[in-house]
Design a protein around this ligand. Structure first.
Ligand code: AMP
Length: 173
């Protein structure tokens, strides 16, 4: 199994959800058991020796990768959700997206001060979403050991927005 096989299982959907955006559809990848396991194994690799206490994952496709990674690493799952979805007290962060803008929240007691945290999403585009997640984890007092994504759109230079945080991404465009 190779990264090329994983890349082949990511489908381009032009002009979704807006004209000019090429949406990277991961459903063929996660729908194939062997490919999904390979992706999770490769995403988890750098963190096996010293796993995080918590995996913070981002609404909604980040939950799929984040929960599987957390299980493999023996970590808890802490969701970052779109505004208004979490029932308890939250920290909030506003940010701009590749297509639109959004507000995300994390439960105040999800990440505890000093927790080693890995932040997971499906895709790094402009970096706004991960920047917001990093800010939320910092506000909670967590120690961020890294950011892990399945896909990175290199041409959008999202990494620059989250400079100083170590980033592990499997597939680049
Ligand atoms: P950004 O904040 O610009 O880095 O956008 C990252 C978030 O938006 C991730 O949660 C992705 O799921 C989603 N996203 C942004 N651009 C794309 C794209 N071209 N294809 C699929 N998902 C995307």
């Amino acid at each position: 199994m190779s990264l090329e096989n994983l890349k082949k299982a990511i489908r381009d959907i032009p002009d979704f959800p807006k004209k000019g955006i090429i949406f990277k559809d991961i459903t063929p990848l996660i729908g194939a058991g062997k490919l999904f396991r390979e992706a999770i194994d490769l995403m988890a690799k750098p963190y096996l020796a010293r796993p995080p206490a918590k995996v913070v994952c981002i609404d909604a496709r980040g939950f799929i990768f984040g929960a599987a990674l957390a299980l493999k690493l023996g970590a808890g799952v802490i969701p970052v959700r779109k505004a208004g979805k979490l029932p308890h007290k939250t920290h909030r962060a506003d940010f701009d997206l590749e297509y639109g803008s959004a507000t995300v929240e994390i439960h105040e007691d999800g990440v505890l001060p000093g927790d080693r945290v890995l932040i997971v999403d499906d895709l790094l585009a402009t970096g706004g979403t991960l920047r917001a997640a990093i800010d939320l984890v910092r506000r909670s007092g967590g120690e961020i050991i890294g950011v892990c994504v399945a896909i990175e759109l290199d041409f959008l230079k999202g990494r620059e927005k989250i400079e100083g945080t170590s980033i592990h991404s499997l597939i680049h465009y």
